[in-house]
Design a protein around this ligand. Sequence first.
Ligand SMILES: *[C@@H]1O[C@H](CO)[C@@H](O)[C@H](O)[C@H]1NC(C)=O
Ligand SMILES: *[C@@H]1O[C@H](CO)[C@@H](O)[C@H](O)[C@H]1NC(C)=O
Ligand SMILES: *[C@@H]1O[C@H](CO)[C@@H](O)[C@H](O)[C@H]1NC(C)=O
Length: 431
Amino acid sequence: MKLTISSVLLSVLLASSAVSAAPLQARNQKSKSKMMMGGTQAASPAAKAAVGAMYFITNEGTGNFVVAAAIGSDGKVTLQQATSSEGMGSHGAPGDGPDALFTQGAVKASAAGNIVATVNAGSNTLSVFNIDPTNPTNLEMIGKPVGSGGEFPVSLAINKAGNMVCTVNGGFVNGVACYTVDKTKGLLPIANTVRSLKLNQTTPATGPAGSVSHVIFSEDNTQLIASVKGIPPTPGILAVWDIAADGSLSQDFKAVTPATGGLLPFSMTIIPGKNAILATDAGLGVDVFDFSAGAAAGVAAGKSSTLPIDGQGATCWSSFSPKTGNFYVTDIGTATVTEINVDDNLKPSIVTQYPQGNGTATIDNDIATVGANDFMYVLAANASQVQILSLNAPGKAAALQTLDIAGPAKAAGLTVNPDNLQGMTTFIKKA
Ligand SMILES: *[C@@H]1O[C@H](CO)[C@@H](O)[C@H](O)[C@H]1NC(C)=O
Ligand SMILES: *[C@@H]1O[C@H](CO)[C@@H](O)[C@H](O)[C@H]1NC(C)=O
Ligand SMILES: *[C@@H]1O[C@H](CO)[C@@H](O)[C@H](O)[C@H]1NC(C)=O
């Protein structure tokens, strides 16, 4: 049965290999560091009125761009501009299909730090940008791209203060590395943070089974946690490093396996105030990891559990809504958003599901609080769209907008490909 799950997952992720869209390239990408998608060179009315911005990456092998859209006070978005990361994107093996990097967190914004950072998986580098406070879709690179401390960097975490960035590399040389953010020089490596995951991997990474998924800080910022998918029947792990006062990481990680049934831990979302994590599991739905019982034993003990989502294809991405108190996970195979409640006792249950259109391949997502409401931004990679949902109340999310990426990208001469688009992160200006 477990092998069947694995082959279903692989077939879902390989299904689109025959339909990779023709590149829309119209100009030499390297000659342009910024491409306007809002139609004019001057900041558009939407950019001027923006309360924040939404970012994803093109992750193209010919040059990676961070694409920015203005978020309005109604939660709706308007594409504005694409900024070169001065690095290359990549695609994991084998072949094609959306979710090129097998990850969540390829691009990450921090309101506290006023920065956006991206991985460049094809050039083994990271880039960091300052966010223009008057127009959050306008990004200025700080310094130059820096080496990622390994190969095929795929995910980023930023601490609460917004001044420390960590990445996880998923390639032949795999593991984590951390940096301080210097507002003039960019990312500066922190000593004793390059730590191996000791995976037998390739560059580009081979997956999805056995590949690196995501990296996050623990809620109290004292630990760095990376997720790794299993190779069924062997379950994957969360790898946990302690962070010392000087920012250095413990030499070795503690490997925590999911509760029985867990297989392919993918994204990790903090369960607020519980010392626990909700991880999507591409093999069955979601895993709850309870760390309050102590992770030292190497197994997720205490109230750890798994929650199967019936009929799921591959549930891989997640976010939390402070407004509804619920988690929202996306499935690339069924193109469905599933809302999940985790009760006080850490017991997860499905609240309701929101189909987003068969074949659209809903991948990365993020939730932003705008005024009194929360909005969810979902990259529907196979349709080259972003689906926006208004999370009005528990169980009451509603479709708000569908944003087309392909048309504006073509008009701007920006190469985008459904198989390479990755990441989703939001930034909301301080009130
Ligand atoms: C690494 O993986 C490759 C491909 O699956 C395999 O042939 C090789 O034996 C593995 N090496 C180790 C040290 O496990
Ligand atoms: C989507 O696919 C499912 C499963 O194949 C099918 O039951 C459903 O009717 C489809 N929905 C639409 C709108 O095509
Ligand atoms: C992507 O779209 C193509 C064409 O509509 C479809 O055949 C394929 O199954 C889709 N892939 C995914 C992962 O949804």
